[in-house]
Design a protein around this ligand. Structure first.
Ligand SMILES: [Zn+2]
Length: 266
C-alpha cells in the first residue's frame, strides 16, 4: 500500500474516532436522571452580578435533557422548575426511578475570587477530600483511562461517568481541570446507582460567572456533559480496550478527544 493510501486510511480512522461521540442512538431503555442542584428557597451560589446557581444549573440540565432525548435516552429530571427539594427527597426519588446513571449539576463558589475551573465528585468515603484523577499534564491530547476503574460496580461506573464528562468538558470549554474528586456528600452516598456531582465552574469568579451568563456557553457545556454520559454508558470501546490490554494502560477510540479542542483546555 502506498504511503498516501495508508495516510488516507489513518485520517479516516481518526475522523471516525473524533466523531464517534456525535451520533449516539439507543433503541431501548437507557435511563439518565439529571438533578439540577438547589431550587426554590435554596438559591445555591450567587455571582457578583446577581446570577443564581439554581437557575444556571436548571438551564444546563434542560439543555442536556433535550440533547439526550434526541439520542433516544430516557431522561428523568428531579426538578424542571424553580422548586425546592431536600437532598433526601432527591435521593429517594432517584432511587425509585432506578436509572443507569445519575448526574447532579452544580456551580461552585469560593471566598477566593481567583479560584476557577470545574470538578467532578463521586462517592468514596475512604478517600474523601482527595483528588482521584486529573487529566495528565504531559500530553493532554491523549486521555488515558485509569484501569483500576474498569469494573462494573457502582464506584467504577460513577468514576467512568465522571471521567468522560470531565474530559469532554475540558475539551469543549478549555476551563481548568480541578480533578475528579472523592466525596462523602449526602446525595452521592444515598443514591444507589452510579452517580456524579459536577461542579461546572465558579460563580464567585468573575470570568466564569460571565461565561455562565452566556446561553451559547451553557449549550456547549450541556453538549459536552451529554456526550460524556453517552461515552461512559456506551463505553463499549473503552471497556473492550480495557479488557483486551491487561497490564498496560489503554489508549483508544472513545478515550481520544479532538486534539485541536484540547489545546485551549489548560
Ligand atoms: Zn450547588
Amino acid at each position: 500500500m502506498s504511503g498516501k493510501i495508508v495516510r488516507g486510511i489513518l485520517a479516516l480512522l481518526l475522523a471516525c474516532i473524533v466523531f464517534a461521540g456525535r451520533g449516539y442512538a439507543f433503541d431501548e431503555g437507557f435511563t439518565v436522571v439529571i438533578d439540577p442542584g438547589h431550587g426554590g428557597k435554596d438559591s445555591g451560589a450567587i455571582s457578583a452580578s446577581g446570577l443564581f446557581e439554581k437557575h444556571i444549573v436548571l438551564d444546563i440540565a434542560r439543555r442536556m435533557q433535550a440533547i439526550l432525548r434526541e439520542w433516544n435516552v430516557n431522561v428523568i429530571m428531579t426538578r424542571t422548575s424553580d422548586d425546592f427539594l431536600s437532598l433526601s427527597t432527591r435521593a429517594h426519588f432517584i432511587n425509585s426511578q432506578k436509572p443507569d446513571v445519575c448526574v447532579s449539576i452544580h456551580a461552585n463558589s469560593s471566598n477566593i475570587a481567583s479560584v476557577h475551573g470545574f470538578e467532578s465528585y463521586i462517592y468514596d468515603k475512604r478517600k474523601r477530600g482527595t483528588i482521584l484523577h486529573r487529566i495528565p499534564e504531559v500530553n493532554p491530547s491523549i486521555f488515558v483511562f485509569p484501569m483500576k476503574y474498569s469494573t462494573s460496580g457502582k464506584h467504577s461506573k460513577s468514576f467512568q461517568a465522571a471521567y468522560y464528562m470531565h474530559t469532554a468538558l475540558a475539551a469543549a470549554t478549555g476551563s481548568s481541570d480541578r480533578g475528579i474528586r472523592a466525596a462523602h456528600f449526602h446525595l452521592l452516598r444515598a443514591v444507589e446507582v452510579p452517580c456524579v456531582l459536577m461542579e461546572i465552574g465558579f460563580m464567585s469568579n468573575r470570568f466564569e460567572a460571565k461565561r455562565l451568563e452566556d446561553s451559547n456557553y451553557r449549550q456547549v457545556m450541556a453538549q459536552a456533559l451529554a456526550e460524556g454520559i453517552m461515552r461512559a454508558m456506551n463505553g463499549v470501546e473503552a471497556d473492550t480496550l480495557i479488557s483486551r490490554s491487561k497490564g498496560s494502560e489503554p489508549v483508544g477510540s472513545s478515550l481520544l478527544l479532538p486534539a485541536a479542542a484540547i489545546k485551549g483546555a489548560r
